[in-house]
Design a protein around this ligand. Structure first.
Ligand SMILES: NC(=O)c1ccc[n+]([C@@H]2O[C@H](COP(=O)([O-])OP(=O)(O)OC[C@H]3O[C@@H](n4cnc5c(N)ncnc54)[C@H](O)[C@@H]3O)[C@@H](O)[C@H]2O)c1
Length: 334
């Protein structure tokens, strides 16, 4: 067996972490041969809850789990990390304006970015889940100048999985039969779920999704809205936000970073836009189609973009630019 890797989960007392920690600790993400030290960070009032989470992790009797460290101190949490999964963030409270929420989160992610810069390995892979995920990720990256920007990504895999699943449900196939859907832009309701380049296996034959579905108005209408609004629909039904599916998506995202994407397949991930060929402004943390090899992602290049897609890709870029401007303003004052 190899040396244990050190994996941090923040927001560790929360509902996503409750599903996520078990999956990571039993080897779903880094493989069944990779021992782990799990580091759990939450805020001070949640430390007693974390005690319970630790007890449960111990009671799972998992062979890969070498140690669990729970803390409310960044200096402890970020030390020597191989992977940081930043789930904890400030939730929107009633009556809170978008800008106020952004400001509160800039404060958190500026501080955690600085802690990554100071304490983590320079090779650390950082995945931001806490909302607003794209801009929080940009804030953390900007606050950790000694860690390559490419090591930071934010989660749009849940949206990606939702899109895949909607197509599979429509065609009566399984989610595995659908590949190469794309989520462009922000993990918000302006995101653009795009199936122009997606393929589906129907009766043993791989065809384009547009060709298989044969209903352009659904693909350009309700399909997009359902994916964009899915988070809100889950909250409405469950009175709680997506947690099981978010944890599964985090596992998919991090496993692909660790082991690479399958040949011929791409996935969606929020990454730094520098050098993209799709006309998305530089220095945005924007969700793109990527392939991953040797723990390094690359843009999927050269996909033709039609006018319908162009408009939607620009709209979500505009929202991200506005978020970025506000965040940058707060970074200098936070
Ligand atoms: N990107 C995505 O696809 C996606 C999907 C689902 C949820 N989310 C977001 O993930 C976040 C977590 O969701 P949840 O359902 O687990 O929420 P939750 O409220 O159940 O848990 C969040 C936890 O984070 C902790 N926390 C707050 N500030 C912290 C800080 N500074 N450091 C460490 N921990 C801190 C809280 O104490 C709490 O225990 C939310 O922001 C949610 O909007 C993102």
């Amino acid at each position: 067996m190899s040396e244990p890797i050190r994996v941090l989960v923040t927001g560790a007392a929360g509902q996503i972490a409750y599903s996520l920690l078990y999956s990571i600790a039993k080897g779903d993400v880094f493989g069944k041969e990779q021992p782990l030290v799990l580091v759990l960070l939450d805020i001070t009032p949640m430390m007693t809850v974390l005690d319970g989470v630790i007890m449960e992790l111990q009671d799972c009797a998992l062979p890969l789990l070498k140690e669990v460290i729970a803390t409310d101190k960044e200096a402890v949490a970020f030390k020597d990390l191989d992977v940081a999964i930043l789930v904890g963030s400030m939730p929107r409270k009633e009556g809170m304006e978008r800008k106020e929420l952004l400001k509160a989160n800039v404060k958190i992610f500026k501080s955690q970015g600085a802690a990554l810069d100071k304490y983590a390995k320079k090779t650390v892979k950082v995945v931001v889940v806490g909302n607003p995920a794209n801009t929080n990720c940009l804030t953390a990256s900007k606050s950790a100048p000694s860690i390559p920007k490419e090591n930071f990504s934010c989660l749009t895999r849940l949206d990606h999985n939702r899109a895949k699943s909607q197509i599979a449900l429509r065609l009566g196939v399984t989610a595995n039969d659908v590949k190469n859907v794309i989520i462009w832009g922000n993990h918000s309701s302006t995101q653009y779920p795009d199936v122009t380049h997606a393929k589906v296996k129907v009766q043993g034959k791989e065809v384009g999704v547009y060709e298989a579905v044969k209903d352009d108005s659904w693909l350009k209408g309700d399909f997009i809205t359902v994916v964009q609004q899915r988070g809100a629909s889950v909250i409405k039904a469950r009175k709680l936000s997506s947690a099981m599916s978010a944890a599964k998506a985090i596992c998919d995202h991090v496993r692909d970073i660790w082991f690479g994407t399958p040949e011929g397949e791409f996935v969606s991930m929020g990454v730094i836009s520098d050098g993209n060929s799709y006309g998305i402004p530089e220095e945005l943390l924007y969700s793109f189609p990527v392939v991953i090899k040797d723990k390094t992602w690359k843009f999927v290049e050269g996909l033709p973009i039609n006018d319908f897609s162009r408009e939607k890709m620009d709209l979500t870029a505009k929202e991200l630019m506005e978020e970025k401007e506000t965040a940058v303003e707060f970074i200098s004052s936070a």
